[in-house]
Design a protein around this ligand. Structure first.
Ligand code: NAI
Length: 333
């Protein structure tokens, strides 16, 4: 039985090799893509993270493949539907980051509301220890937070917001009314959440149905001066519309841990791979976003704490062992 891990830095490989020592285990630091899928052509099991691109062609190259263990919550980097048609099972790590990502979401919100990164950059540059008019922020207390997606992460975001005495409105395809009652917030329609909120934060997975959930049409219905936070997936937001919304002043600022086309952006940087015009356009827009003073972009690191990394490793090992024992757990359906 051959297990191949991608996207695991050298320093993090030993925990997997020790726990799975009865199997043949190999590691690559790089992402799994069409360019290197031959490395896994005899794998029975592959384990990847979010920057791999496990599409049809990659799956077809792994002729023995039985199981994909992604070390993430999201699984939109894997063509699961296609994998299932070939009898390949997929597991994820459902719950490692629900506090971790919720805390980071508020890191972004507070950095925007209180301008901490720009004030700090100014101080470093000038050593001028004074606060200036442009550093004036705003209170979160009493503001309305719109939460799109009230799953594990969204729920923790709501609890933190309530601790800060914010009003919360939320939208989810499957509202959890008991949780809403317990935490004193209301579910509203998507359109209402988008148009009523002072800050909108996204916590839904990306799929075909909600691609560009935030777009030109609904940005035009937002409150002038709204802030947009995205720690979910870049593809939920039409980047061109976001840049326009920021330029027009409808959106006062954005906190983004994820970007549309982030994988292709890495590709372009790392390997000089040819990329299409549409992606070139998105990459150019992303670079514009990164440089905007009222936008904070982080390199998809909301999950990245020592506690979450340990939990990811532990659950992935349990997922692989459970699959091998014939009683798989944490299967993507
Ligand atoms: P979850 O599965 O517990 O919750 C997702 C919620 O979104 C569910 O309640 C679902 O009903 C809802 N939903 C699905 N489609 C929707 C739509 N179109 N509109 C409104 N709600 C919708 O997932 P969890 O753990 O809360 O994670 C949410 C997302 O956060 C993940 O799918 C992943 O994309 C992202 N994530 C990002 C990380 C990062 O490092 N930036 C780390 C972990 C997750």
């Amino acid at each position: 039985m051959k297990v191949i891990f991608f996207e695991v830095p050298k320093a993090e490989q030993s925990v997997f090799s020790q726990s799975l020592s009865v199997f043949e285990v190999a590691f690559y630091e790089e992402r799994l893509t069409e360019n290197n899928a031959d490395l896994a052509k005899d794998a029975d099991i592959v384990s990847v993270f979010v920057d791999s691109d496990v599409n049809k062609n990659v799956i077809d190259k792994m002729v023995n493949l039985k199981f994909i263990a992604t070390r993430s919550t999201g699984f939109n980097h894997i063509d699961c539907e296609y994998a299932f048609t070939k009898g390949i099972k997929v597991s994820n790590v459902p719950a490692y980051g629900s506090h971790t990502v919720a805390e980071f979401t508020f890191g972004l919100i507070l950095n925007l509301s209180r301008k901490i990164p720009s004030a700090n950059a100014y101080l470093r540059e000038t050593l001028n220890y004074n606060y200036l008019p442009w550093m004036e922020g705003f209170n979160l207390e009493g503001k309305t937070l719109g939460v799109i997606g009230t799953g594990k992460i969204g729920k923790n975001v709501i609890k933190i917001a309530k601790g800060l005495e914010m009003n919360v409105v939320a939208y989810d395809l499957y509202p959890n009314l008991a949780f809403a009652k317990e935490n004193n917030f209301e579910y509203k329609s998507f359109a209402e959440v988008v148009s009523r909120s002072d800050i909108i934060t996204l916590h839904a997975p990306h799929n075909k149905e909600n691609h560009h959930l935030i777009n030109k049409e609904n940005i035009s219905t937002m409150k002038r001066g709204v802030y947009l936070i995205n720690t979910a997936r870049g593809e939920l937001v039409d980047t061109e519309a976001l840049v326009l919304g920021l330029k027009e002043g409808i959106i006062a600022g954005a906190g983004l841990d994820v970007l549309e086309g982030e994988k292709q952006m890495q590709n372009a940087k790392n390997s000089g791979v040819e990329i299409g015009e549409d992606i070139k356009n998105i990459i150019a827009l992303n670079r514009e976003l990164i440089k905007m003073p009222n936008v904070i972009v982080a390199p998809h690191m909301a999950f990245y704490t020592s506690e979450a990394v340990a939990s990811i490793k532990q659950t992935t090992i349990e997922n692989i062992k459970a699959f091998l024992s014939g009683t798989p757990i944490n299967l993507v359906k």
